[in-house]
Design a protein. Structure first.
Length: 179
């Protein structure tokens, strides 16, 4: 099997690493679905956990917005001003829309703990998917691209990024104990 036959050929990786409109839209859709689900989870939260859940959502929403903004900036050559605005608005309003849907559902039907736990699990799953597949893998591939330098910066960055990911995961997991 030659490099040309393999799915991840150099040209494909190059397009993915340095941004494209398609990858920006895919990230926006993934983050918006995640935000919609977290809005649902927040809307279904009881009065004991609503403040801590809202705080957790607000804290990581900053990083999700930064990731989306970075992806959009990397693809700035292929995105129009209208595309930027549309993507930003869709991402921004997805959590409030989820909260509104939860309010309507909750007022019209009984929500037991299993449904609420399922929604929270879906939120966690989408967050892990986005963090690992959409953002983490791209960052590791960027580090590999820099491996050819004489100082071997790429390998060091790859290990630093992996360590940072692990520390962040442990920190957020420990925060989840109190949420």
């Amino acid at each position: 099997m030659t490099n040309q036959d393999h799915y991840h050929e150099d040209e494909h990786l190059e397009r993915h690493l340095h941004g494209s409109a398609t990858s920006s839209v895919a990230l926006m859709v993934a983050l918006s679905v995640h935000s919609l689900l977290e809005g649902l989870a927040l809307g279904f939260s009881d009065s004991r956990t609503i403040v801590s859940t809202a705080l957790a959502i607000l804290l990581h929403k900053v990083f999700a917005g930064f990731a989306l903004g970075s992806a959009m900036t990397a693809a700035s050559d292929s995105l129009t001003d209208e595309s930027y605005l549309t993507m930003i608005l869709l991402f921004s309003f997805s959590s409030p829309i989820g909260i509104a849907i939860a309010a309507v559902l909750e007022s019209n039907m009984y929500m037991n703990d299993v449904i609420v736990a399922t929604m929270q699990a879906a939120v966690s799953g989408t967050f892990l998917y986005i963090a690992i597949v959409e953002i983490g893998m791209k960052e590791l591939l960027l580090s590999r691209e820099q491996t050819g330098s004489s100082l071997n910066i790429g390998n060091r960055m790859q290990y630093l990024k992996l360590a940072s990911f692990f520390v962040g995961y442990c920190f957020m997991s420990s925060v989840a104990i109190w949420v």
